[in-house]
Design a protein around this ligand. Sequence first.
Ligand code: PLP
Length: 432
Amino acid sequence: MTCSADLQARKAAAVPHGVATRGIYVAKAQNAELWDVEGRRYIDFAAGIAVLNTGHRHPQVMAAVARQAQAFTHTCFHVAPYESYVRLAERLNALTPGDFAKKTLFLTSGAEAVENAIKIARYHTRRSAVIAFSGGFHGRTLMTLGLTGKVMPYKRGFGPFPAEIYHAEFPVPYHGIGTARALEDLERLFHGDVDPRAVAAIIVEPVQGEGGFNVAPFEFLRALREVCDRHGIVMIADEVQGGMARTGKMFSIEHAGVVPDLLTMAKGLGGGFPLSAVTGRAAIMDAAHPGGLGGTYGGNPIGIAAAHAVLDVIEAEQLCARAARIGQRMRVYLEALARQMPCIGEVRGLGAMVALELVKDPATREPAPELTAAVLAQAEARGLILLSCGTSANVIRLLAPLTIEEPVLEEGLGLLAQALSAATGGSTRAVA
Ligand code: PLP
């Protein structure tokens, strides 16, 4: 039998330290469960970081990929294009918010989608500045790191980042930053740092992922739309983590009734295969000259086939409605826990993008990152995979597949309660 500890030692010798991993070496996975090389079973509340909204190895996704592999696996769309790419673009143009002509470009990773959205916005506006938000995360390439508003572990040591990137405050009501203050901060930028007429784009996650599952107040998103309209700025919604039915709507910005000019997506789109996209107003998307956009693997046929199946599954299994139901169940459970455990400062989220923020003291709301790490370790020891997030690493995020079976969901929530109880040294009564 292969042993996880041996693999971890080989990994330490062969892979750079910068590539951080857990010690769970996977052997197989199905829907919301995963088995490691030692045969241990885990419930997966990470879903490959919000990728597996349709679960591990959804049969329809697997069948679509197998069919595509029989035909061709790669030609490069620029060399020998294929109908499935065009049809997926047509589907996303219809599915994304906005009652106007749209176009879609396919790429491979979330970061690449964000890079391209910025390129397109710059070309269209002939402006260079970009505004992003504190606590935002947009990827690990140099432009997207520049846009990211979280130093550790992402930005430290990797600068300098591209010029003309500015950060405004993201509203986080739990920490005293409301919509009014966040908008004042944007005005401060326009006053002191960058002329709004030089700004190509404002990029915002409607629900911050790595930043701590902070849900942008809907009036804030509406105000951003108005600011963009007033100054001719392209509004980009980064839906890489919050998109593809995760929040109870296909795209999280739909909850606010706001229509962005460009929308980036990845993760859940490919159902476990690397695929990302930028969809947006045709007039903006068409700004760049032929040859200015694309890449060798962008819109790889296997990823495209998987994405068609993912969209079919979201529709057939009504995963938007399921996300809302799962999210509601998680919130009820966690709010009951929070009433017993003062270390749970806040339970928040949108749909099935649910988080709990752990604090040292509910009055001061001082972050508790050590406790958060302890809960993750206790959960892992009990067979539950959890992820943390937040600029102070004190938020636990739940990202179960939207296809998770009810008993597995309940079992996972029970393990989470046990882990919290063990990490705090207390006891938790059974939660209904
Ligand atoms: N944008 C958001 C909102 C994300 O959450 C992420 C990844 O977590 C990215 C962009 C970058 O995606 P990728 O890791 O596929 O490059």
